[in-house]
Design a protein around this ligand. Structure first.
Ligand code: DX5
Ligand code: ZN
Length: 211
């Protein structure tokens, strides 16, 4: 069964608590939280304080996606704040193996993400250290972009290599492509716009869970 991770980037920032609760009530499995630093991506978003506040209010596991140049400096802060999954990018200069090990040592699931231009071959050696691989299906930075279907090859490769962790996709997922992705074995679907703009997210999630 696909796990559904609504992305709060598409939530109403002034009604965050209610908008998170709405997705939990509708059947969300994880809550995706995008952290952007204005360097790794041309946008700024949330801070560890929001992660901490979400963790203290809700029981849903927090899937924290660090779109940052230097996540090695903040990994501990996000672990302390209550991340259940902490994902860093393959394109950063830091030692990824050391960082993934450090996240795991904190008892947090370690994730590694590839931007659309980064081949999955580049992270193959690191897969034993990854509880999750996050395949970006748009250029990271903004919600509401079009799904890049060429990225499905990366999902196929990870499954063909026998990767046993979770494979997550992020960017442009919706009711029009989720059934196809389920057939390819996708484990976690991040959905921002598709769920937050849906008239009936509960019905949508029930259908996705049935795929
Ligand atoms: C993009 C973010 C995504 C974003 C997805 O950089 O990583 O999590 O919220 O939004 P949608 O589902 O609207 O494409
Ligand atoms: Zn994300």
């Amino acid at each position: 069964m696909i796990k559904i991770a609504p992305s709060i980037l598409a939530a109403d920032m002034l009604n965050m608590g209610a908008d998170v609760q709405r997705m939990i009530d509708a059947g969300a499995d994880l809550l995706h939280v995008d952290i952007m630093d204005a360097h790794f991506v041309p946008n700024l978003s949330y801070s560890p304080a929001l992660v901490k506040a979400l963790h203290s209010r809700f029981e849903i596991p927090l899937d924290v996606h660090l779109m940052m140049d230097n996540p090695e400096k903040y990994a501990d802060v996000f672990c302390d704040a209550g991340a259940a999954y902490l994902t860093v990018h393959a394109e950063i200069p830091a030692d990824k193996a050391e960082l993934l090990r450090r996240i795991r040592a904190r008892g947090v699931k370690a994730g590694l993400s590839v931007k659309p231009g980064t081949p999955v071959e580049e992270i193959r050696q690191l897969l034993p250290l990854c509880d999750m691989v996050l395949i970006m299906t748009v250029e990271p930075g903004f919600g509401g972009q079009k799904f890049q279907s060429a990225m499905v090859d990366k999902l196929d490769k990870l499954k063909a290599w026998g990767y046993e962790g979770l494979v997550e996709m992020d960017g442009g997922l919706g009711m029009g492509n989720i059934a196809m992705l389920a057939q390819h074995g996708l484990d976690v679907a991040v959905m921002g716009t598709a769920l937050y703009r849906s008239e009936d997210p509960e019905k949508d999630m029930r259908w996705i869970h049935s795929l």
